[in-house]
Design a protein around this ligand. Structure first.
Ligand code: PMP
Length: 364
C-alpha cells in the first residue's frame, strides 16, 4: 500500500526510550518512588467519584484543577499572583508544549533553543511545520547569553525555549540571564515568547529561584511544569504552564475539546492536595543526586552541575559499550547528550548502589 505520509515524515521512527523490565530503570527521569499510600488512597477515592459521572464530558476548562495548580505554585515558588486563568494544563508538558507550537508556530516561523537539550523540542516543531534552530551551549552546558541575545535579534523567533534545569545536562538558567532573554524576546517585532521549561524545577538546589518570580513583570514569559517528576505521576499525564492571560486564551483556540479526561483531572487534583506528603521523596532524591554526583567525581568522571533528578557524566571512549555493560547488570541508563556522555536518572539508594557497583565493574 502506498501511504500518503508527509514526505518529511518518511522513514522516521517514533521518539521513545526503551521500556525494559530490569532491576534499576534509570533512563527516563521518572520518580523512583511509587506515590505514598495516602496519595494512592486519595486518588482512588477521587477517581471512584469521577467514574460515576463518566457519562458526561469533563469540565472542558478544567478550572478547578487549574486553580489547584495555581495554589500549588503559590506555595512551592511563592507565585501567589497567579489565578486559575493564568494556568494552562494538558496531558503532560509534552502536550502543553505542542499547544504552544500549534498556537504560535507554523510555516515560516522559527523556534530557537540551545543544544544539547530535550530531544522532543525538534519534534514539536516538525509536527507543526515550524522551523527549529539551535545555538550550542558552552562546554560546561551553560548558556552564552550574549550569543543568544544576538541570535534572537537576528532570527526573530516566535518562541525561545530553554529547559531549566536542562535535560540532559541538569543545568539551571540563572534568573539574571532569564531576564536578559526576556528583554531580547520583548523587542522582537511581531511578538515572541520566552518559554522556560521547568519540568524538573522542584529538584533544584536550595536558593536557585524559579522563573515564575519574573512573571508579574514579563508578559512575554511562559513557565512550563509537570506532575511527571516531583509528583511521581508520570503515568497520570498532567503538565501545565503559567503565563499571561492572553497566552492562555490563545492556547484554548488549539486545544481539543475535553482534552483532559475527568479521570485525569480528578487524580491530578487528589495528588495536588497531598503535595506536602510528596515533598519527603523529593528531598531524598535531591540528597541522592548530590551523593551520586560527588561519587562520580571521586571516580574521576566529569559531571555536569545538576539541579534535576539526573546527572550527565563522562567522558567514555565507547559509551554504547558502557550502556550495554550496565544493562547486562540490570541497570538501564541513557545514551544521550554529546558523544562520550551518559545520563543516569536518580533512583532509590538501593538502585544507586547497584548503579555504582555495576559502573565500577563495567569500566574495570
Ligand atoms: N520537558 C522536559 C525537559 C522533559 O525532560 C520532559 C520529560 N522527559 C518533558 C518536558 C515532558 O514531560 P511530560 O510530558 O511527562 O510532562
Amino acid at each position: 500500500m502506498t501511504l500518503p505520509l508527509r514526505p518529511d515524515l518518511a522513514g522516521l521512527t517514533p521518539y521513545g526510550a526503551p521500556q525494559l523490565d530490569v532491576v534499576a530503570r534509570l533512563n527516563v527521569n521518572e520518580n523512583p518512588y511509587a506515590p505514598p499510600a495516602v496519595v494512592v488512597d486519595a486518588i482512588a477515592t477521587a477517581v471512584r467519584q469521577a467514574a460515576s459521572g463518566l457519562n458526561r464530558y469533563p469540565d472542558r476548562d478544567a478550572l478547578e484543577l487549574r486553580g489547584d495548580l495555581a495554589s500549588y505554585l503559590a506555595v512551592e515558588s511563592q507565585a501567589d499572583f497567579l489565578a486559575a486563568e493564568n494556568i494552562w494544563a494538558a496531558n503532560g508538558s509534552n502536550e502543553v508544549m505542542l499547544h504552544l507550537h500549534q498556537a504560535f508556530g507554523g510555516p515560516g516561523r522559527k523556534v530557537l533553543s540551545f543544544a544539547p537539550t530535550y530531544s522532543m523540542y525538534p519534534e514539536y516543531a516538525r509536527d507543526t511545520l515550524t522551523d527549529y534552530e539551535t545555538l550550542p551551549r558552552r562546554a560546561d552546558f551553560t548558556l552564552d547569553v550574549d550569543a543568544a541575545v544576538k541570535a534572537i535579534e537576528e532570527l526573530e523567533p516566535v518562541m525561545v525555549i530553554v529547559a531549566s534545569p536542562n535535560n540532559p545536562t541538569g543545568t539551571a538558567l540563572p534568573l539574571s540571564e532569564t531576564e536578559r532573554l526576556c528583554a531580547a524576546v520583548a523587542k522582537v517585532p511581531g511578538g515572541s515568547l520566552l518559554v522556560i521549561d521547568e519540568a524538573y524545577a522542584e529538584f533544584r538546589r536550595h536558593g536557585v529561584p524559579s522563573a515564575l518570580s519574573l512573571l508579574p513583570d514579563h508578559p512575554e514569559l511562559v513557565v512550563s511544569r509537570t506532575m511527571s517528576k516531583a509528583f511521581a505521576m508520570a503515568g497520570g499525564r498532567l503538565g501545565y504552564l503559567a503565563a499571561a492571560l492572553e497566552v492562555v486564551d490563545a492556547l484554548q483556540i488549539v486545544r481539543l475539546p475535553y482534552h483532559l479526561s475527568a479521570i485525569t483531572q480528578a487524580s491530578a487534583r487528589a495528588a495536588l492536595a497531598h503535595h506536602r506528603d510528596l515533598q519527603a521523596q523529593v528531598d531524598e532524591i535531591r540528597a541522592e543526586r548530590d551523593e551520586t554526583v560527588a561519587w562520580l567525581r571521586e571516580q574521576g568522571y566529569t559531571v555536569a552541575d545538576t539541579d534535576a533528578n539526573f546527572a550527565l557524566f563522562g567522558p567514555f571512549e565507547d559509551r554504547e559499550k558502557v550502556f550495554q555493560g550496565m544493562l547486562e547488570r540490570g541497570v538501564l541508563i541513557r545514551v544521550t547528550g554529546p558523544e562520550g556522555w551518559l545520563r543516569v536518572s536518580i533512583g532509590t539508594p538501593q538502585e544507586m548502589a547497584l548503579f555504582r557497583s555495576a559502573l565500577v565493574e563495567v569500566v574495570a
